[in-house]
Design a binder for this molecule. Sequence first.
Ligand code: 13P
Length: 255
Amino acid sequence: MRKKIVAANWKMNLTLSEGSFLVNEILAAAPAVTASRQVVIATPFVHLTQTAAQLEGIGHIHVGAQNCSSEKAGAYTGEVSAAMLNDAGVQYVIIGHSERRGYFNEDSAMLAKKANQGLENGLQVIFCCGEPLEIRDAGTQNDYVGQQIKEGIFHLTAEQLKNVVIAYEPIWAIGTGRTATSAQAQEIHAYIRNVIAAQYGNDAAAGISILYGGSCNPTNAAELFACPDVDGGLIGGASLKADQFLAIISAMINS
Ligand code: 13P
């Protein structure tokens, strides 16, 4: 059975003390998670060691980074390598978020290298894809997202793919309060699974977790997570409030 995951993406929010407080609030009330029902908290880089220390020994609530360098090490001022993340106690890394693609010009070639770095350094990669509004309006979202996946991760071996989670995040739904309907999410998640099946076979496709992201909140999470091909969520705004994030975790556990 494939894993269900709810992952918090704090983006560029929260000071160290605010982050510590939020993690403690989550830990105080988090329902029991298991190997097949996991939680990830992806913090800014400066929080990672603090969050890792808070989560040490707490099974199946993991620390994630929001990015890593495409390079192994060296003279790359301001960058953070995947090896450093692993050493800091990080288990997951988000690669290819639309904000990285859009604001920081990260293209598929760079994202493929970042995925390699994450995997070579023992991290689970959460690979993001998703279309802008004009692509959705034109009805060509499947081709667009399929291309992102091919360019970003099809160079990986089937063995490496076991450590990849896909997050589908339509750009028009991120931070806008406009969520994809469960029918829209299910349709494209099923398509993504078919894309994986065509390249890696049915077992790999059945085993890969595909998360939905984009204005996911306590009100819509249960319906989204009930879709057969939606295996949890990548949560932005609602992950910054303990009560909301906890409600979304509960929706995932009960799905
Ligand atoms: P929101 O949940 O704030 O829409 O953000 C989604 C997202 O980008 C998570 O990575």
